[in-house]
Design a protein around this ligand. Structure first.
Ligand code: SF4
Length: 380
């Protein structure tokens, strides 16, 4: 398959998750929806169930407003709206982690808004590093296993979890390679990059690994396209076609990302070990550099600066999901650290309900001008 054909395939998967869901159901597969972030997909996968990511969608909110105040992030609201419209029907369950206040509310509301799809909580500890935190995480995973067995009638087998952990580690490695390889190929558009990352939520990881590997082997044999303005993106989600379209229009290239729906989830692998469930616990325990993971030292801030430098990004674009408290708290620190390192940093606020991106366009246009001028003056 050539590059264009592969990119079209990623686009088809990313833009029509329902088609993937229906295809798996037609094959007799069970599906479990996985809300963001760090939901233990490996457990679901090991039980022969297809985990499908649900990060809401760009649409007008109507019915879900009955369940949420207006000032809650639109990822949650749109997720419930889509659920209430029946789009997720056929799924056996939804697993929702507890990593921010909005997610805690989501689980409770889901039970009443979409009663046809059972809610399974994944309750994570605030302190994931100490021994007691690891025990708490393990208890959360055991609860997910127990609930999944109840709703699907399928059995959990630790040996199969071991295999799934390897499949997920392999996928992580391929996605890290992808991010680095795309950094050297500006001809791949921001919107196409977004499709590749987004499609990972809707097909089995082994299928996605195979597709990404094919793309990588094609890309690695061809010369890079003409240079663009290299930026680093940071935030929870950056998949709105209107936003990626503007970045493409202004000649930008995502040289690195710190996006929760993109590279953040692929940074840490499950370590080797004799107890598969403990391997998964240790993976979560080792995670860092994310707004929803408790970290009094805020190591994420230095991580963003170092990553931007390593990938030679000229500036950092923070894409803030409106009403996302964890990201709002981190932004002033990231901005200050970038400025101290002479890396321009700018913010655009996005919302799943946005139809007008003109404000974002103005910000990005200004950013483009600023970064172009910086290159003329400093040569970087
Ligand atoms: S982390 Fe932010 S974007 Fe994600 S669910 Fe919580 S409030 Fe919403």
């Amino acid at each position: 398959m050539g590059i264009q054909e592969l990119l079209s395939q990623f686009h088809a998967v990313a833009s029509d998750p329902s088609a993937q869901k229906n295809a798996y159901l037609a094959k007799g597969k069970k599906i479990a929806l996985t809300a963001p972030v760090y939901t233990p997909e490996e457990i679901i996968h090991s039980m022969g169930i297809v985990p499908m990511g649900v990060w809401g969608g760009d649409l007008e909110l109507k019915e879900s407003k009955k369940y949420f105040p207006a000032f809650i992030c639109s990822i949650m609201q749109s997720l419930v709206e889509i659920g209430m419209r029946g789009t997720y029907e056929g799924a056996s369950a939804i697993v929702i982690p507890s990593l921010c206040d909005s997610l805690k509310v989501l689980g409770q509301n889901w039970k009443y808004a979409v009663p046809s799809i059972p809610f399974i909580p994944m309750t994570y500890p605030q302190n994931r590093k100490p021994e007691f935190g690891a025990d708490f995480t393990r208890a959360g995973y055991e609860r997910v296993i127990c609930d999944l067995e109840k709703v699907t009638g399928l059995r959990f087998d630790p040996a199969r979890l071991d295999k799934s952990l390897e499949i997920y580690n392999e996928h992580n490695a391929v996605m890290r390679d992808l991010s680095e390889t795309l950094s050297g190929h500006p001809e791949i558009l921001v919107s196409q990059r977004s499709d590749i990352f987004k499609s990972a939520f809707f097909i089995l990881k082994e299928e996605h690994t195979a597709l990404v590997r094919s793309l990588l082997s094609e890309l690695k044999t061809r010369p890079a396209g003409p240079e663009k303005i290299r930026i680093m993106t940071s935030g929870i989600l950056a998949d709105a076609p209107a936003l990626t379209g503007i970045l493409d229009e202004y000649g930008m290239q995502v040289a690195a990302d710190d996006i929760a729906a993109e590279s953040r989830q692929y940074r840490v692998d499950a370590p080797q070990g004799n107890d598969p469930l403990d391997r998964l616990v240790q993976k979560f325990r080792a995670m860092d550099n994310c707004s929803v993971l408790y970290d009094p030292e805020k190591k994420r801030v230095a991580f963003v600066v170092e990553e931007a430098k390593a990938r030679k990004a000229r500036g950092v674009l923070v894409i803030l999901t409106k009403f996302c408290d964890p990201e709002e708290f981190d932004y002033p620190l990231i901005k200050r650290a970038c400025e101290a390192n002479k890396i321009p940093c700018i913010i655009v606020e996005v919302d799943r309900q946005m139809v007008n991106y003109e404000q974002a366009r103005t910000v990005i246009e200004t950013f483009r001008d600023l970064l172009s001028q910086k290159q003329i003056i400093t040569g970087v």
